[in-house]
Design a protein around this ligand. Structure first.
Ligand SMILES: N[C@@H](CCC(=O)N[C@@H](CS)C(=O)NCC(=O)O)C(=O)O
Length: 200
């Protein structure tokens, strides 16, 4: 989701191939054997197979809203905390059956510490690094969205007003709606589909 957000915001035109994770196409595994999505192949054949790197690539091409303005060094620490810590707990809270000996409430509690940290920042400035959304907001929001939906009633009952407003604004945004349409699974001989070419 975060790669889509950045590609769309940058206005970069690209072909999209929807992958079903249980049935990854050989074309994808040939260019990125690690087998995770998203994978982006540039016109020169270069492959970027980490979502944050795809965001950075797109923003370096065109950054109309100044997503990179706070400076990557500033934002990186919080994004790393999201990717290397919050996401671990989120996965175990959301999919406890995929792991052995997992107590989902323990992982919810661990994940909640990050939520509280974000809420604290958002209370002060409205967005993670100042008074408008930047790369860090869009790199982290999709995971907070997932966290909120695991047990929506519980999430809504918590006192994270600034974070709840930040998330609601994202879910109601034109940007979010623009990147959400689903695409059919890609097959080798399919015609080219251009990403976000659908008019809302
Ligand atoms: N650090 C990677 C993680 C990507 C990742 O784990 N993606 C999941 C889907 S959200 C995946 O492709 N899993 C592979 C699988 O389930 O086979 C990134 O952000 O690009």
């Amino acid at each position: 989701m975060r790669a889509r957000l950045a590609i769309y915001k940058s206005g970069t035109v690209c072909e999209i191939r929807e992958v079903v994770l249980k049935d990854k196409p050989k074309e994808m595994l040939e260019i990125s054997p690690k087998g995770t999505v998203p994978v982006l192949q540039k016109k020169d054949g270069t492959v970027i197979d980490e979502s944050l790197d795809i965001m950075l690539w797109a923003m370096q091409l065109n950054d109309p809203d100044g997503w990179l303005e706070p400076g990557l060094a500033q934002m990186q620490h919080l994004i790393d905390d999201n990717d290397n810590n919050f996401k671990i707990h989120l996965d175990r809270y959301k999919y406890p059956n995929r792991y052995e000996n997992v107590d989902l409430l323990e992982h919810r509690q661990q994940a909640e510490a990050f939520i509280a940290q974000l809420d604290n920042r958002l209370q002060k400035t409205g967005y993670l690094f100042g008074n408008r959304a930047c790369l860090a907001d869009f790199a982290i929001l999709p995971f907070v969205r997932q966290f909120s939906f695991v047990d929506k009633a519980w999430f809504d009952s918590r006192d994270y007003k600034a974070l709840q407003r930040w998330l609601a604004e994202f879910l109601n945004s034109q940007l979010f709606k623009a990147i959400m349409p689903k695409y059919p699974k890609w097959n080798t001989d399919d015609a080219i589909t251009i990403f976000a070419d659908k008019k809302l």
